[in-house]
Write a protein that binds this ligand. Sequence first.
Ligand SMILES: [Mn+2]
Length: 276
Amino acid sequence: MSDRAVKFRGSRNDLTKSELDNLLISSTEFLKEEPQLVEINSDKVIIVGDTHGDLITSSKALRYEAETYVFLGDYVDRGPQQIENINYLLLTKLEKPDNVFLLRGNHESPLMNVLYGFYHEVLSRYGSEAYDNYLKVFSNMPYAALINGDTFLVHGGLASNLNSLDDVRRLPKCDIIPENPLAFELLWNDPSEKTSIFSPSNRGPGIYLFGRKVVEMFMENTGVKLIVRAHEFFPNGFYEYFNGKVLSVFSCRFYPDTNPTGLLLESGKWKVISLL
Ligand SMILES: [Mn+2]
């Protein structure tokens, strides 16, 4: 990787086209080798929810003293520094591959990027080939992580055809859209106290709300004790579902009346942290 190593120059984090090519090709090669369910053993983990072009929050999270950093996806679209945010996270991943993990969000997909800004941002600064290279990176990001064997991390939530952790491990890599229904739901579903199993989501077709029974069955089948996910905005950046069985964290500062928030998992306990 060292021959392709790239560094940001100056404070604007601008990469030349060839530096960007190198970053994205190296990232794709690296992420291709990561399993779809990343398994991490660590006593001090920072978890970051949606950042959406919020470079400030990403860099604050990484300055927080911890052993491991897991980002739950949605790095691009909406916010002001989308290219800078994803590039910074990819560079950090390549520098510290065993300490930094970047899960895929529903915005790491062409379905969202054309509508919410990232596609046009990349097109105007670097051209369409660069955008295609970003898609190769996105399609190789892992869908979920398992910390210390009992904490399951994913962008959206549990899926209607998810029965075991092996179902996640077996998901195909390089699914650009992504078309696999299980992967799609992992990226898109939301928890709901109002449903006990699954009900349709008003986010769109193929997307579901999952209820308490789904969470309890998943935990019984897998030994998972805690689920941490992102994908949903909450005014204080944090919400507890199902008596704390599912935690939802949101980290982007560019929403009205919000505080960028992360989660610290330390010695089997969790704590909300401010990333302001
Ligand atoms: Mn999302």
